[in-house]
Design a protein around this ligand. Structure first.
Ligand code: ADP
Length: 397
């Protein structure tokens, strides 16, 4: 069966067509600037690439164009739309309304649109627009919703609750939901396979470090805690997001800067993090360059990021009562030896023996960066969220 994976944003739509027998990507690409002048689709298939410069006033036109690209004479990989067995849609937030991958029905669509939008106002409405467009263009094809939050649904109450009035949690669903669940799930499963163990036998801390960063404790294959919270603003500081901050400091800052509640949250999402600390950039490559040239604030931003991530490793080892493996993934986790070293140094007391030379090598696929005799294995594992979405969708059918 072939599964189409769709990740729709407000002005973009990324896709992959995956053959589930081989788990190979047959075609992939993305529409950009949907609803804006200058929209285009960059599509790959059969080892070729083609750019379609075409007006895409809405997501329906975009998905029609994607289907055309999939059937194209040159880069196309299917003859007819019927070859697509199902579509898996990436959805950022589920609240407590969906605990697992869910087949789309009219009721499911209603719940998604009426209940979850306020939990992820930038992401969920865009994903729903993409979903509606797919339903219109492919009315007979089953659609699945795959949530970034599902993998975190196994967290116990003591881990996901905030210390607020329990009645308010019940009334408004204010609690930790987490993010990047498909990535944490994928890399923790890959780590178990690589180590030749069953997931049930392992205590793993997975560090998804990218533009947004989150760290999870995966005990026996199940997520038991994660650093992101009610929204993806929580946890470690990120590219432009502050991460955890005392709520009173937010009120104080808002008053001093004359910001509304909503503007204060926008400030914490867009103007803070390593970009705010360094005053240079949200991109870790720029921070590395800056630090090498002696920029102290770039150095400080990198130090803070590694330090905060390290604290989660320690906290989660304590929470799980042990540690077998640390995994690094996503843009920074896969590409920044500096950050990985900063997180892993001085963790010998936990059983981590880090191999600095190995860490500085660039290796395709899974890369073991702990010493051979390290009790705790440290792995770099490229994430593959699309494959998880395709697997979940296929399993549901
Ligand atoms: P997203 O959350 O947008 O999917 P990614 O996982 O792609 O983010 O991570 C993007 C980030 O990865 C960039 O902002 C950059 O800071 C970081 N990154 C990418 N390549 C490198 C590199 N070679 N060295 C350090 N950081 C890198």
């Amino acid at each position: 069966m072939k599964i189409l994976v769709v990740n729709a944003g407000s002005s973009s739509l990324k896709y992959q067509l995956i053959d589930m027998e081989t788990e190979k990507v047959l075609a992939k690409g993305g529409c950009e600037r949907i609803g804006i002048e200058g929209s285009f689709l960059k599509a790959k298939g059969n080892g070729l690439e083609k750019v379609y410069e075409q007006a895409m006033p809405n997501h329906k036109v975009a998905i029609e164009l994607v289907i055309n690209a999939l059937r194209d004479e040159g880069i196309g990989v299917i003859k007819s739309m019927e070859e697509i067995g199902a579509v898996g849609h990436r959805i950022v937030a589920s609240g407590e309304y969906f605990k697992k991958t869910t087949l789309v029905t009219p009721e499911v669509l209603k719940t998604l649109e009426e209940k979850t939008f306020e939990l992820a106002p930038l992401h969920n409405p865009a994903a729903a627009t993409g979903l509606r467009a797919c339903i219109e263009v492919m009315p007979k094809t089953p659609m699945a919703l795959v949530f970034d939050t599902s993998f975190h649904a196994t967290m116990p109450e003591k881990a996901y609750l905030y210390g607020i009035d329990y009645n308010d949690y019940k009334a408004y669903g204010v609690r930790r939901y987490g993010a990047h669940g498909t990535s944490h799930k994928f890399v923790s499963q890959e780590a178990a396979k690589y180590l030749g163990k069953k997931p049930e036998q392992l205590k793993i801390v997975t560090c998804h470090l990218g533009n947004g960063s989150s760290i999870s404790a995966v005990d026996g294959g199940k997520c038991v805690d994660t650093s992101m919270g009610f929204t993806p603003l929580a946890g470690v500081l990120m590219g432009t997001r502050s991460g955890d901050i005392d709520a009173s400091a937010v009120e104080f800052l808002a008053r001093k800067k004359g910001l509304s509640h909503a503007d204060a949250v926008t400030y914490l999402n867009k103007k803070c993090g390593v970009a705010g600390i360094s005053g240079v950039s949200s991109d870790f490559r720029d921070l590395d360059d800056g630090a090498k040239k002696g920029n102290k604030r770039c150095e400080l931003a990198l130090d803070m990021f590694s330090y905060q991530t390290k604290k989660y490793v320690g906290a989660y080892a304590a929470a799980m009562g042990g540690l077998d493996c640390i995994v690094f993934t996503a843009g920074i986790g896969e590409n920044s030896p500096n950050v990985r070293e900063g997180v892993c140094e001085n963790l010998e007391f936990l059983g981590v023996k880090f191999d600095k030379n190995e860490n500085n090598l660039r290796v395709d696929g899974i890369h073991e960066i702990s010493a051979k005799d390290s009790k705790v294995k440290v792995l770099v594992i490229p994430t593959n969220e699309e494959l998880v979405i395709a697997r979940e969708t296929a399993a549901l059918l």
